[in-house]
Ligand binder design. Structure first.
Ligand code: FAD
Length: 458
């Protein structure tokens, strides 16, 4: 069977590119080694974590005893929570299979492997199929990084995938890595009753975000988590009773006995698999496939997208790259030119940022200013009892063009959309300030921050 495009991997990059290619009239095959489509994001990443975070949010709300209402202590039915997670995942992955069918995308389930620059085999337990292609899109994603000194086969040592299974809630969970994934899982386990320690090597958690935003998150969670920054885990020893975690910080070494450890120290690209290098597709020494801004690899008619390429490991970045690769293959002149890729930590409160951070603007020697609107002055936030938040705009000093933005507070992730669009459209503070924002709303804090920066209000 010969296809115009064969897409290897069905995550957000893979399915987005396969569907766009089919919509553009190309004959498409989509290959996936697991039983369901959707990749890490739908099966063991973005979606199940958000299903569990929604439960965590409800527990947190129930535990708040302000505003004249108090609830009795929530009872937790772990099996029902697992079911909610699974139903969410099943709904979305089944929808993907239907969408593939509707577009006449042929789906092959099995391990895909290049045998040449124009042919691939797909093997599962029953059959090996050979496919020929004019173009291929590699979307094989990434995997969790392991640490050599950790007993990863001990069931008390979790990665994001096993943590999402919610086999049990440990009394004390230690999370190695204070990035978004680690913090989201910490939020879930804390709400379900675990004591949580978060250990981060760097000098702040959520290293991609500006310190002032992270400070608000940390302050709001100071009674929920034990944060240990500038701390390195040097050993984890399993005993029948506990896991002994040895650590060092700038002062000395110490250890903690915990019931479970979640290793969440980042992900590595899957570029060194599937005979990718053997057919001449160039990767770097960390397994990332090298591409140009159209997604083209060192082999002219083979493209790569998503986590297996450079840039932030995010589903929406993968999908955007997927659309571009498909359009280029269909003969369009498309390029990856995103000015702004949003990042959201779906924690409580949420932390969201887009475009340049202050830190990045400083490193790039850009003359910039910031305008900050504190939520303690927002009618909507105060009325909802969620005044711990802020909206920050980062703009070029001379032109007042928006370069970046950060929000911490409830629904920060949803509020970020307006700012992403503003950056892409080259909006200035005045553009934002002159846009009428509804009152009282949280998005009004964006308009008010712009008015502060533009000097319309003081
Ligand atoms: P993947 O989703 O990794 O998909 C790759 C697919 O290729 C997999 O299904 C794999 O089985 C398949 N494959 C690989 N090799 C072969 C082969 N040889 N043959 C057949 N199939 C193969 N991102 C966000 O934007 N928002 C979030 O909220 C978010 N939350 C996350 C939470 C967690 C816990 C984790 C782990 C990740 C999260 N991410 C989030 C990151 C997001 O999941 C990834 O950025 C995204 O899935 C990358 O998409 P992709 O298409 O590049 O690859």
């Amino acid at each position: 069977m010969t296809y115009d495009v064969v897409v290897l991997g069905s995550g957000p990059g893979g399915y987005a590119s396969a569907f766009r290619a089919a919509d553009l009239g190309l004959k498409v095959a989509l290959i996936e080694r697991y039983k369901t489509l959707g990749g890490v994001c739908l099966n063991v990443g973005c979606i199940p974590s958000k299903a569990l975070l929604s439960v965590a949010g409800k527990i947190r709300s129930a535990e708040q005893t302000d505003k004249g209402i108090s609830f009795s202590k929530p009872t937790i039915d772990l099996e029902a929570i697992r079911q909610h997670r699974q139903t969410t995942v099943d709904t979305l992955t089944n929808n993907l299979a239907l969408m593939a069918k509707g577009r006449h995308v042929d789906v092959y389930y099995g391990e895909g492997k290049f045998v040449s620059t124009t042919a691939m085999t797909v093997s599962n337990q029953k059959v090996q199929t050979s496919l020929e292609f004019k173009h291929a899109i590699i979307a094989v994603g990434s995997k969790a990084i392991k640490l050599p000194f950790i007993p990863h086969d001990d069931p008390r040592v979790l990665d994001a995938t096993s943590a999402l299974q919610l086999e049990r809630i440990p009394k004390h969970l230690l999370v190695i890595g204070g990035g978004i994934i680690g913090l989201e899982m910490a939020t879930v386990y804390q709400a379900l009753g675990a004591g949580v320690t978060i250990v981060e090597l760097g000098n702040q958690i959520m290293t991609g975000a500006d310190k002032d935003l992270v400070r608000v998150f940390q302050q709001a969670n100071k009674d929920k988590f034990n944060f240990l920054t500038q701390t390195q885990v040097t050993d984890v020893t399993a005993t029948p009773e506990s896991l002994k975690v040895s650590m060092t910080n700038k002062d000395d070494g110490f250890s903690l006995d915990v019931d479970a450890v979640l290793v969440s120290i980042g992900r590595s690209a899957n570029g060194n698999t599937s005979n990718i290098a053997e057919i001449g597709v160039k990767t770097d020494d960390r397994g990332f496939i090298l591409t140009d801004d159209q997604g083209r690899t060192s082999v002219e008619h083979i493209f790569a997208i998503g986590d297996v390429t450079h840039g932030p490991m995010l589903a929406h970045k993968a999908a955007h790259q997927g659309h571009i690769a498909a359009e280029v293959i269909a003969g369009h002149s498309a390029h990856f030119q995103a000015l702004a890729i949003p990042s959201i930590a779906y924690t409580y409160p949420e932390v969201a940022w887009v475009g340049l951070t202050e830190e990045q603007a400083k490193t790039q020697n850009i003359a910039f200013k910031t305008a900050v609107f504190p939520w303690s002055a927002s009618g909507r936030a105060i009325a909802a009892g969620n005044a711990a938040g802020k909206t920050k705009l980062i703009y070029e000093q001379k032109t007042e063009r928006l370069l970046g933005a950060g929000i911490v507070g409830d629904h920060a992730g949803e509020l970020l959309g307006e700012l992403t669009l503003a950056i892409e459209f080259g909006a200035t503070l005045e553009d934002i300030a002159l846009t009428i924002h509804a009152h009282p709303s949280l998005h009004e804090t964006i308009g008010l921050a712009a008015e502060l920066g533009a000097g319309t209000i003081t």
